[in-house]
Design a protein. Sequence first.
Length: 211
Amino acid sequence: MVWRYAVIVVAGYLLGNISMGLIVSERYHMDIREHGSGNAGTTNVLRTLGWLPSALTLVGDVLKSFLACMLGKWLAGETGLLVGGFMTVIGHNWPVFSGFRGGKGMAASLGIIFALSWPMALGFLALEVLVAALTGYVSVASLTTAAAFPIVMGIVYRDSPDFWMYLIFAILLAAAAIFSHRANIRRLLSGTENRLNFKKIKVKPDEKTKG
């Protein structure tokens, strides 16, 4: 059984190292980490390149954690699913092959939730979009969904014999998300956090961006 978890941990982390933000931005002859916030995640791609590249980044990062979860479930059941997904988030946030400069794990976390329950995943996605639209801050939306995740998991799995496993996992995942947003929290407290202006987002990247 130990070897199964070793495979899950390594595979999950390596899958997390696949940065869709970097892959998509390379299509436009740039390193997304050298633009905008310097982050390789969906939001910075959205600000820098527009809707389609951002959507591709989101889908790719969701899929990689979903695949890690499915591998984990195949090898070690529900516990393996959670371990594989969590390691993908770690690999996404701190990728060894990209100098430990990754994203903030929200899309990768969404992939885990899809593996657990697609209706719950759609609910969290709707919450993220709603809060971002109302406040103009993606970071506030991400922090809100992260804080809500343990609460929702506690309710959904309240009658499960593995209640504590799910709850502890949810707390760890939320903590990872909040820790990754620590710079955003400082900017929010100082009033210097950038708002997301939807009117300024490009429908498609400029041709000159392709180099």
